[in-house]
Design a protein. Structure first.
Length: 385
């Protein structure tokens, strides 16, 4: 009998048997979370430039299996993955958001935050809807948790993105805001074209991706910013709805591929601010990625499902900064604390501030050609003007 049910129907039936949908509204929530396959088909079979066959999948039993991220979603006909934007249509996996960005902005590169690529430059930044994680503190939940049916905005093909970036004087294209892993095909095609035209590519990601797709992207990217959201598997499973080990795997893979990587940890009060965990994280970064890896500790502000928590005290961030420096990290920053001295880039040898910032603004730039300290010749890792 189960073989004749859709995934949604089977899950709903299982929850009923377990007594988990007796509460008023529970069934309605489930139905809204997994729309009917007929709804999927009506979207997917329409002639649309948003539809593109996916790059990473395989046939499996009576459906397909997405191999893009660690969830490895098995999808019968008409069903979507956990990201909501990849679907089995006629026995093939399709992306539903190709060339359909819902957020396009020209940002200071410091807003990503990325500090070791062309300080003070502008980055053409974009995102579609969709994400393969469910962070309770998501700052972009309106788009990361949205469905493709609700996406509004001008269709922009990769060539349009590259042209717009060049015409507006941007030196890079950033794939950011939600999770670029889930609009992989759009990212890949745009990054190839951007590289051909001399633009830098910036990936801003939670790092929840499998090694093979990552290896295909790595040569296209000049710098990658990974959100390392904590250093505790329980925290990742409860608050992020993922697993820490896969993010750590991504970071070590980026190191193996030689991609310049910056790490950001959003410090959330009571959830991931334990000094011992922060110390373990910093020592892991030193051991596996190296002392020259830029690391940010960013201030949490009440967002999405965690509006009951207060903003991160600056003292907590400063303690994390001290822990990171004592662990041996050379480039440690505080994020979302505008005007703090820890926004600057310092020479690890002589201690002078070589790049001074205030929020997204570069106040002083004192690197010599080649990205070296003009006072003692120490080379600062990065891509500089």
């Amino acid at each position: 009998m189960a073989g004749s049910l859709t995934r949604r129907e089977l899950l709903l039936q299982s929850l009923r048997l377990a007594g988990l949908v007796a509460a008023p509204g529970a069934a309605a929530w489930l139905m809204s979370r997994w729309p009917a396959p007929s709804t999927f088909r009506s979207l997917a079979t329409a002639a649309s430039p948003k539809l593109r066959e996916a790059r990473w999948w395989k046939t499996a039993c009576a459906g397909v299996q997405c191999t893009l991220c660690p969830f490895q979603c098995f999808l019968p006909e008409g069903n979507r993955g956990i990201c909501n934007v990849r679907q089995n249509v006629g026995g093939k996996l399709y992306t539903l958001v190709y060339a359909q960005p819902v957020s396009v902005h020209i940002d200071p590169i410091e807003k990503k935050p990325v500090y070791h690529l062309y300080p003070g430059s502008r980055s053409y930044s974009l995102s579609t809807v969709g994400c393969n994680l469910r962070c309770a503190f998501c700052q972009n939940w309106e788009i990361s948790q949205a469905m493709p049916e609700h996406a509004k905005g001008e269709l922009l093909q990769p060539r349009d993105i590259v042209r717009n970036a060049m015409e507006t004087g941007c030196r890079s294209i950033a794939y950011t805001y939600a999770e670029p892993t889930v609009f992989y095909e759009y990212v890949y095609d745009t990054a190839v074209l951007a590289k051909q035209h001399g633009l830098r590519n910036v990936l801003v990601s939670a790092g929840y991706i499998n090694p093979e797709p990552l290896a295909e992207l790595a040569p296209l990217f000049d710098i990658v910013k990974i959100d390392l959201k904590g250093f505790n598997e329980s925290f990742y499973r409860r608050v992020v709805k993922g697993e820490l080990r896969f993010v750590l795997r991504t970071l070590t893979e980026l190191k193996r591929h030689g991609v310049l990587t910056e790490v950001v940890n959003l410090v959330v009060p009571t959830l991931n601010d334990d000094p011992h965990e922060i110390e373990r994280m910093c020592r892991w970064v030193v051991r596996e990625l190296g002392v020259e890896t830029p690391v940010f500790f960013s201030r949490f502000t009440p967002q999405y499902r965690l509006q009951n928590l207060p903003p991160t005290p600056v003292e907590t961030l400063e303690r994390a900064h001290t822990i990171a420096r004592e662990a041996g990290l050379r480039y440690v920053y505080l994020g979302n604390v505008h005007g703090h001295p820890a926004e600057h880039t310092y020479c690890p040898a002589c201690g002078r501030a070589l790049i001074k910032r205030h929020g997204y603004v570069v106040l002083e730039y004192d690197l010599a050609p080649g990205g070296v300290c003009p006072y003692d010749g120490t080379r600062i890792p990065g891509i500089w003007t």
